[in-house]
Design a protein. Sequence first.
Length: 344
Amino acid sequence: MGLFGNLQIGNMDANSQKKELDLNNPTEHHNLVIVGSGPAGYTAGIYAARANLNPVIYTGMEVGGQLTTTTEVENYPGYPEGIQGPAMMEDFKKQAERFGTDIRWGEVTQVDFGRRPFVLVIDDEKVVSANAVIIATGASAKYLGLESEQRLRGAGVSACATCDGFFYKDKVVAVVGGGDTAAEEAIYLAGLAKKVYMIVRKPYMRASKIMQKRVLNHPKIEVLFEHETLELIGENKVEAVKLVKRKGQPDEEIVEIPIDGFFLAIGHKPNSEVFKPWIETDENGFIKTQCKSTKTNIDGVFAAGDVQDPIYRQAVTAAGSGAMAAKDAERYLAELEEAQRENA
Ligand code: NDP
């Protein structure tokens, strides 16, 4: 048994059914692997490629990340007229490629950060090794957890208005959530649908003032404050939503509203699951980074973007932390090279 022979393999439970992989024999070695292709991943790629670190990005399933599911981005500096999210991510990608970032379609499905070099499994098939890793896997949409919601996913239930809104032209839809995402999705859907209900569980919205104003003044949007979703009704497709109004109050009321589509916009869950056997996260799964850096608890593994940011979660802050991660990785790799030279 080799030096690392008895080490735990990351994500053991999830992978127990999967093909046996020989983690001792990676088929390819990379200097720096960046996991994820949102603003953080691509920015890390731009900086790392320009520093001659030969970065390889594994894009993940959602190439370009969450911004590919959004419409107009108005607050990213440098785009005074605004830009569509997918077009912006295409620009990020081109810029990373221009400096030689090797961008590959693939998902990291398992890691072993107990070894040096680190070991990563791509798509449950290919084993690669890396001197340093930047985790920039972002976050994914949350669901309410209702049986009916699960059953009708893809049959009227969606977590992406820009992806699926087109199917609801002149129909009636509901958006659940009271944050900026919900407001943005409600406005987008109101451009297509006949009527949009916004289901907000509190007596007020969490969205920014400007978005609240746009929603409240929109003739096609009706905001249902203090409403919570009990279930979706429909056999093979969404036909109505059952809500409880002012739950727990003396005037509590159950209401049923006919709808054709139900859109989730209640926040996101960080995509950190595969790294959890090795990387410290907070109680919500966000990767913990050391003060004023992108360093994780494992030397040589860095985290950038929404996967480590429960607070700001903006494209521009994600891009900023991607640049930080590349700088941190650059320093780490220079020190590693120096140590290897001294030991040679
Ligand atoms: P937020 O966490 O800001 O809001 C989530 C919303 O969903 C809240 O209203 C919350 O209600 C509600 N919610 C959560 N769980 C449930 C549940 N189980 N049932 C019903 N309602 C629920 O997430 P967002 O995705 O809206 O935004 C994330 C971040 O991204 C924010 O910082 C936001 O400002 C930013 N953003 C900015 C945009 C822009 O500037 N263009 C666009 C989109 C997002 P409650 O308030 O009661 O907790």
